[in-house]
Design a protein around this ligand. Structure first.
Ligand SMILES: [Zn+2]
Length: 450
């Protein structure tokens, strides 16, 4: 979803191939909007969302930062009132100039490869953008478009010294930029200073659309923004340019026939998740050596909470084993089992109508809970949090539930169910924490005004 998607450029290439040369020329437009910071867990993609995401430019130090800005890169042709979003990025604060410069270079290269002709780059003159222009060697005293010789040299440097793969065949782009640079110099001499810094109507319209669709809230959160962006992006991809003889239907066909790289990525993640989990369940069906006691102070998880969660999980997941009476027996404890009267009374109080979980189920939930607690004590919520949790997951023979025939499947299903639940909780907890912090800051600001 974030970064530049191969699928989009593939479809765009097919669309552009049918255009006249004049229709292919236009500008790359960059703009950003603030979004409400918030995180969520996406079950389908097995990832937490809402953190900084600059595609492949996301750095290790920023991946736990909650994003509050969305940046969109668009192509806007000189002819017609039409635009195509090319990529979308999330960041905390403004994207730094050097990263922005790389994003733009990549956007130009991908667009040119798709057959578009990028003649200018447009963004507003805010300070962060000026930093970016400085990366390109353009200063306020010599306003020019992005096609300066510095850019051409930059492309060459990235291609030859850094071996950036997208720039492998960028000689033509480089030559093109050098040519445009000469043209720009000719055009700019005597032209209005800073003429190329104006924001465009189309870009305002794009964000205007997002704001209108997000109403009544003028600022969407990351999840809503992603949905709206995807919608508008696909819409502009399938809608034909004004006056074009290309039908929207053929664009839809191209989109449907395009290799679904995003979909492939998702199923790869799910396969990887299942493979790791299978491995954990496969190789640890024997007792683990006596482990050091987990430090309960490390997290707020109390023993009764684990029992409660096990009971809840059991209650919700009985359907997993509904076809096998033997499996069911391994999930619950007989209510008449009063070997430990105190614990039984407590459980009855806590669980109400819920079933009382078996010892094995309690051990299993405890194992998963500890893995989640270990994850949370070593890192903040991040995109691959569920995979980090798997790294901490240790399951031994006492944790296995299900009858002999179904033990792997039933145990695995319960681990997944509980882990997913915890991932949703982790996102909710993070959001609650941010809300508390915001409230405290607001109170503090109010008090300091008095
Ligand atoms: Zn069974």
């Amino acid at each position: 979803m974030y970064g530049y998607q191969d699928t989009l450029f593939e479809v765009l290439g097919k669309k552009v191939a049918k255009w006249s040369e004049a229709e292919k020329h236009g500008s790359i437009v960059i703009d950003e909007m603030t979004i409400i910071p918030g995180v969520g867990f996406e079950r389908s993609t097995l990832q937490h969302v809402g953190m900084t995401n600059l595609g492949k430019y996301t750095s290790h130090s920023t991946k736990e930062e909650i994003a509050d800005h969305a940046l969109v890169v668009m192509f806007q042709p000189f002819q017609g009132k039409w635009h195509q979003s090319l990529g979308c990025f999330l960041s905390k604060g403004n994207v730094k100039g050097d990263t922005l410069a790389k994003l733009i270079l990549e956007g130009i290269t991908l667009s040119e490869d798709a057959g578009l002709r990028v003649d200018a780059v447009i963004c507003d003159g805010a300070r962060w953008n000026k930093n970016m222009w400085e990366e390109f060697g353009i200063t306020e005293t010599s306003p020019s478009c992005v096609f300066g010789n510095a850019t051409a040299k930059g492309i060459q440097w990235y291609r030859e010294k850094k071996q950036v793969s997208q720039l492998q065949n960028s000689q033509a782009t480089q030559a093109f930029i050098e040519r445009i640079d000469r043209l720009a110099h000719a055009m700019n001499s005597g032209g209005p200073k800073g003429a190329l810094w104006d924001g465009s109507e189309e870009e305002k319209q794009f964000f205007g659309n997002i704001r209108r669709m997000a109403a009544p809230n003028p600022h969407p959160d990351a999840k809503l923004f992603a949905q709206l962006y995807r919608l508008l992006s696909v819409y502009s991809l399938v809608s034909p340019p004004k006056g074009s003889n290309v039908s929207g239907v053929s664009n839809v066909e191209a989109l449907v026939n395009a290799k679904d790289t995003a979909g492939e990525e998702i199923s790869e993640r799910q396969e990887e998740f299942n493979r790791i989990l299978d491995e954990i369940l496969e190789y640890e069906q024997f007792p683990l050596p006596v482990q050091e006691e987990h430090n309960y102070d490390k997290s707020t998880t109390e023993k009764y909470l684990i029992n409660f969660m096990a009971g809840f999980t059991c209650h919700r997941q009985k359907k997993i084993a509904k076809n096998c009476q033997e499996c069911l027996k391994t999930l619950t404890k007989d209510r008449e089992d009063t070997t430990n009267v105190d614990s039984w009374t407590l459980m009855k109080e806590i669980h109400g109508g819920y079933s009382i979980p078996s010892d094995a189920l309690v051990s299993l939930i405890k194992a998963v809970e500890f893995a989640v607690c270990d994850t949370m004590s070593t890192s903040d919520v991040h995109q691959d949090m569920i995979f980090t949790s798997l790294k901490f997951l240790k399951i031994d023979v006492s944790c296995f539930v299900g009858c002999l025939d179904h033990t792997h499947d039933v145990t695995k299903a319960l681990v997944k169910y509980y882990l997913f639940t915890r991932m949703f909780f982790a996102a909710d907890m993070k959001n609650a924490e941010m809300a508390r912090k915001k409230e405290r800051n607001e109170q503090f600001a109010k008090q300091s005004k008095l």
